[in-house]
Design a protein around this ligand. Structure first.
Ligand code: SF4
Length: 456
């Protein structure tokens, strides 16, 4: 039995740890020169590349959305954006070794499928011609809005070996859909899944969100059941992050209809039980996958890594982001592009990488990143494994961090024994709260309000 009231006390603003240090620590003093030096160093490592293209346009706002999206009907904006993407790639390739092997490509947004088939083909062509060494077994994934997803687009994806699609659903309940301004009957998702399957797409993911207005455990049960009717290979179940001070459209949501922390925990628990009964195992803090899925295999082989797209199976890659707001990541840096389209275009017009901010990682950052991502990825922390990679004695380096876990151990969220931290099944619901104990920057910055969303 879970004491939800006891767990609800952990509901506090906490980072989602898609990076460490987290994005608020990125500095605008990070320049094109810093990036060039970091990329040159990463070229020497010869690590594989993971390419991300951010395609930011949407027809209208879904009020829960935290993405960097531009709402428009203007077709010409998309063609213009593709031209700028081409120029950004050209600028990047002056430093980036184009011969490095590409093992992952991901299109996110915005709504990638808001670009028409010809435009998508053009974007894929840009990447293929800039990076000739694309692995045969490349993992190519695209986020799909099922309301904008045609046969022609799927044709382009199939021809270009897109093997993973992620279909945005969030919730099937009409009342919830109306409240969040995203009306999308079940049949639309069903057709999108059928279309992807008909072309032999290897993996279909469904995105859900819990914590939206009018959601509760009773209604969410039906959404979970309908999701399973689609027979997904993976499900991503995100906790709604209510940050109206950062995202204006979230102010349109009825805050009085948002579920309580206890109700959110119940929905999460229900999802874990429902999916595990259906053979989808929990991977990391918000993903579920079939045992045969690469995510699951990567978890078992200790290769699962956290990144800006959630979890990656090929975590040893350097991430190269193109487009507004996208983030690049190497072993010792993060670099983020401008969020504003005008600023992005202006930099490219000046033949500069369109960088807004970034950070170089010191030794402590790299060590803590490894520790936090180990917890987020495998729900465990093996002191000896960390010591093998870093020249530290774990217990003395992290003495205060381990001591800070004591109350969480008393609440049954973790156990610490035999030089390991193990996260319990209940602790998985609060993995961000556990990981934050190893975050050095949080200790310095004090108040977390208005910087991060609540963990529950
Ligand atoms: S959820 Fe997707 S379609 Fe909706 S606003 Fe966000 S990016 Fe656009």
């Amino acid at each position: 039995m879970i004491d939800y009231d006891k767990l609800a006390k952990y509901s506090a603003p906490v980072p989602r740890y898609t990076s460490y240090p987290t994005a608020p620590e990125f500095q605008e003093s990070w320049t094109a020169d810093n990036l060039r030096t970091a990329i040159t160093r990463s070229n020497e490592s010869g690590r594989d590349l993971s390419i991300y293209a951010h395609l930011p346009f949407c027809r209208s706002a879904c009020y829960f959305c935290g993405c960097n999206a531009i709402y428009t009907n203007r077709e010409e904006l998309k063609d213009r954006y593709i031209d700028y993407l081409a120029r950004e790639i050209e600028i990047a390739c002056k430093t980036l070794d184009r011969e490095r092997k590409v093992t992952q490509i991901h299109f996110g947004g915005g709504t990638p499928t808001f670009f028409n088939a010809a435009q998508l083909e053009k974007i894929i062509g840009l990447i293929r011609s800039a990076f000739p060494n694309i692995a045969k077994e490349v993992e190519f994934s695209v986020e799909i809005d099922p309301r904008f997803f045609t046969e022609e687009q799927m044709d382009v994806f199939a021809e270009n070996k897109v093997n993973r699609v992620s279909i945005g659903v969030q919730d099937f309940n009409p009342k919830v859909q109306k409240a969040v301004h995203r009306i999308q009957p079940f049949s639309i998702a069903q057709n999108a899944v059928a279309r992807a399957r008909a072309y032999g797409t290897k993996s279909v993911n469904i995105d859900l969100i819990y914590g939206l207005p009018h959601q509760n455990a009773v209604g969410f049960k039906e959404t979970l059941k309908m999701t399973l009717d689609l027979a997904p290979d993976r499900v991503a179940l995100f906790s709604y992050a209510h940050v109206p001070w950062l995202k204006k459209t979230m102010r349109k949501l009825d805050e009085t209809a948002l579920p309580s922390a206890v109700e959110k925990l119940k929905m999460m628990r229900l999802a874990i039980e429902t999916f595990s009964e259906a053979g989808l195992e929990m991977i990391g803090m918000d993903h579920f996958a079939k045992p045969s899925d690469e995510l699951n295999i990567a978890l078992k082989e200790g290769k699962l890594r956290r990144n800006f797209q959630g979890y990656a199976t090929r975590g040893q890659c350097d991430l190269v982001g193109f487009g507004v707001t996208s983030i690049s990541e190497g072993e010792d840096f993060y670099s983020q592009n401008f969020r504003d389209l005008g600023d992005y275009e202006k930099a490219i017009d000046s033949a500069l990488p369109p960088i807004l901010r970034g950070i170089g990682l010191n030794d402590d950052d790299r060590l803590r990143k490894r520790v936090i991502f180990s917890l987020m990825g495998s729900f465990a922390l093996d002191f000896a494994a960390i010591e093998k990679e870093f020249d530290v004695n774990f217990e003395s380096y992290f003495a205060s961090d381990i001591a800070a876990l004591a109350p969480l151990e008393a609440d049954g969220l973790v156990s610490i024994a035999n030089r390991r931290v193990e996260v319990s099944k209940t602790g998985r619901l609060l993995i961000r709260n556990i990981a934050m104990n190893f975050d050095k920057y949080l200790k310095k910055t004090g108040s977390l309000e208005r910087r991060f969303s609540k963990s529950v």
